[in-house]
Design a protein around this ligand. Structure first.
Ligand code: PGA
Length: 258
């Protein structure tokens, strides 16, 4: 019996206008069955309030944001603070997605500050890590991901670390239709969990949910989620279709039932 939650989080990225977002949320709400899987919707900022209203009464459904600023408030035109997210009903925030690292030059140091800010506001970070293809081909992926985890998270005391969710997302598998094999995912999740055990404790390592991300879909979710250290998924493309997203959640429920 696992000591940690299985989580399926939908990262809509920069997709769906207001009405489309509303329709998608309502379809998910209507089709979702109560279950043990923690489901998180991470729509764009402009949809948060509305999504929150739609999911309000559903106990296993939570709201997350895709990014936040590292400062509490101030003259940062165009940015969104963790306090704003919390006041819109967010429980989670994705931090360090590879698209933020790559297209917005977010460094490990900056991400560590965002993690601190999120936790100080009572938001749970979904901290992303993952290697690009050349690093995988060189065979140094475990070291690469370990550095990201250490630099982004290991300044936290155990009390705060307990609140963090980790998402391993190999960059070569994101949006490419190319998924890591269940064995590749398991191997890296185990590396991350051992790192947590070494830095903190076995007990803490057993409590942290580690999600896999990168072209998760209903057709591959069952075998990924069957791996002992894969505690659900961070889903991009397939979270934009209610039936696919629900299909993935169902695979998480089945994995939990085994
Ligand atoms: P994908 O995206 O499922 O479309 O590959 C995953 C992610 O980037 O979180």
């Amino acid at each position: 019996m696992k000591k940690r939650a299985n989580i399926v989080a939908g990262n809509w990225k920069m997709n769906k206008d207001y009405q489309q977002g509303r329709d998608l949320t309502l379809e998910i709400v209507n089709k979702l069955q109560p279950s043990e899987t923690v489901v998180i919707l991470c729509p764009p900022f402009t949809h948060l309030q509305n999504t929150h209203t739609a999911i309000n009464d559903i106990s296993n459904l939570h709201l997350g944001a895709q990014n936040c600023h590292q400062e509490e408030s101030g003259a940062y035109t165009g940015e969104i603070s963790t306090g704003m997210l919390k006041s819109c009903g967010c429980d989670f925030v994705i931090i360090g997605h590879s698209e933020r690292r790559e297209f917005f030059s977010e460094s490990d140091e900056l991400l560590a500050r965002k993690v601190d800010r999120a936790l100080a506001t009572g938001l749970r970070p979904i901290f992303c890590c993952g290697e690009p293809l050349p690093i995988r081909e060189k065979g140094t992926h475990a070291a690469h991901v370990s550095e990201q985890v250490k630099n982004g998270l290991f300044h936290l005391p155990e009390e705060q670390m307990k609140e963090v969710v980790i998402a391993y997302e190999p960059i070569w598998a994101i949006g490419t239709g190319k998924t890591a094999s269940p064995e590749q995912a398991q191997e890296m999740h185990q590396v991350i969990r051992s790192l947590l055990a070494k830095q903190y404790s076995e007990a803490l390592a057993e409590r942290i949910s580690i999600l896999y991300g990168g072209s998760v879909k209903p057709a591959n979710a069952a075998e990924l989620f069957a791996k002992p250290d894969v505690d659900g998924g961070l889903v991009g493309g397939a979270s934009l279709k209610a039936d696919d997203f629900i299909g993935i959640i169902n695979h998480s429920n089945e994995a939990l039932a085994k």
